[in-house]
Design a protein around this ligand. Structure first.
Ligand code: SAM
Length: 355
């Protein structure tokens, strides 16, 4: 649907969501205006066809169609309907995605309501992240977090399939989670003890849940899934708002691998085999990065691209400061090895002032 929007769509869209789009489009039509951009109001996929990548194909066709007709920007508004009992994080009753017409810089974008962790990824998540499910890794993580919880409650941002939340709960720590992906959360629910963990479906940068927590944690590089600095800052503020005085926010994330990037190059391959190529792309001006996968399945190539925003420890410290937290500990990993200039990841703990 074409409609007139005077602002920069990368910065803002009509606050009234699709209602405002429909109203504006109707007024445009009455006044004989062509509209400056187009909006896809909703894409529905039959339940038995979900997870087959159809929404991307439909969106790509719509983008092509809009581009052919001379529209540069397109917006997709989607209603968010949480399952019964959950609260939805959608702002103004709708999530907003803006894409420029034509191909995005590095391949297909994701328009699944579960974000980049839709059915297909969720179904393979535990197996494809097997290293992170190793008992040694899980035990060290759980021990660290249980120590910080110190008898209080824990909130996991991006709880996923419950890799850490389930064993932490088994250890006696009451855990609540926030996640965007119903597909991931349904895997958590299917595991023993999974139905007794409270989960709120929503964006962990903004979604609030009841009560306060001794520890809020965000693992496995998931802070980088927030692809703008503003979202990452909002996430720190949201974490801080959930902490009780003296409570801690814990983040586990890689150190950006820019030392692997020679001058003049923006691509770092990390897997090459006859049927799979994987590479990261960096934009050192914006800190935008993406992991890209080309895979041959049944003789056909498939391309997947996942966007991230890399972030340095010092920038995270500033975000914490903006949220009223201070750095309490930073380690190379869960076993509290020293963090050094050679560390490839860190576990950082920021604390809310007591009282
Ligand atoms: C890499 S997985 C980590 C899952 C789990 N924490 C673990 O350590 O195994 C990232 C999870 O964060 C969720 N996620 C990513 N961005 C999110 C956002 N902005 N709001 C809520 N959940 C998000 C994904 O759906 C996914 O379940």
């Amino acid at each position: 649907m074409p409609f007139t929007w005077e602002g920069d769509p990368a910065e803002s869209l009509p606050a009234g969501g699709w209602d405002q789009v429909i109203l504006t489009a109707a007024l445009d039509r009455r006044e004989g205006r062509r509209g400056t951009m187009v909006s896809a109001l909703e894409i529905s996929i039959r339940a038995d066809l979900k997870g087959k990548g159809l929404s991307s194909i439909m969106l790509a066709a719509m983008r092509r169609n809009a581009a052919d007709q001379g529209y540069k920007d397109q917006a997709l508004w989607r209603a968010c309907h949480g399952p019964a009992g959950s609260t939805s994080a959608c702002r103004d009753d709708g999530e907003i995605h803006v894409r420029s017409a034509g191909l995005p810089p590095y391949g297909p974008t994701m328009d699944d309501q579960d974000g980049f962790f839709g059915e297909r990824v969720a179904a393979a998540y535990d197996e494809s992240s097997a290293d992170m499910f190793e008992p040694g890794v899980v035990d060290a993580t759980v021990g660290f977090l249980a120590g910080l919880a110190d008898g209080g409650r824990a909130l996991e941002l991006g709880i996923g399939t419950g890799r850490i939340a389930l064993p932490l709960a088994r250890r006696g720590v009451p855990v609540h989670g926030i996640d965007l992906s119903r597909a991931m959360v349904s895997r958590l629910r299917a595991k023993p003890g999974g139905d007794s963990i409270g989960v709120t479906i929503g964006d962990f940068a903004t979604t609030r849940v009841d009560g306060t927590f001794s520890v809020v944690y965000l693992l496995f590089n998931t802070i980088m899934n927030l692809t703008t600095q503003a979202e990452q800052v909002a996430c720190f503020r949201n974490a801080a708002a959930h902490l009780e005085p003296g409570g801690c926010f814990v983040v586990e994330v890689v150190i950006p691998e820019l030392r692997r990037l020679p001058a003049g190059q923006n691509v770092v391959p990390f897997h090459v085999s006859p049927t799979r190529w994987a590479f990261d792309i960096y934009d050192v001006a914006t800190q935008a990065t993406s992991s890209n996968y080309v895979e041959v399945v049944d003789g056909r190539g498939e391309y997947r691209s996942i966007p991230f925003r890399y972030v340095w420890p010092s920038e995270l410290d500033l975000m914490a400061q903006l949220a009223g937290l201070h750095l309490r500990e930073r380690w190379d990993g869960w076993t509290r090895d020293a963090f050094t200039s050679e560390s490839r990841q860190h576990v950082s703990v920021w604390q809310k002032p007591a009282g």
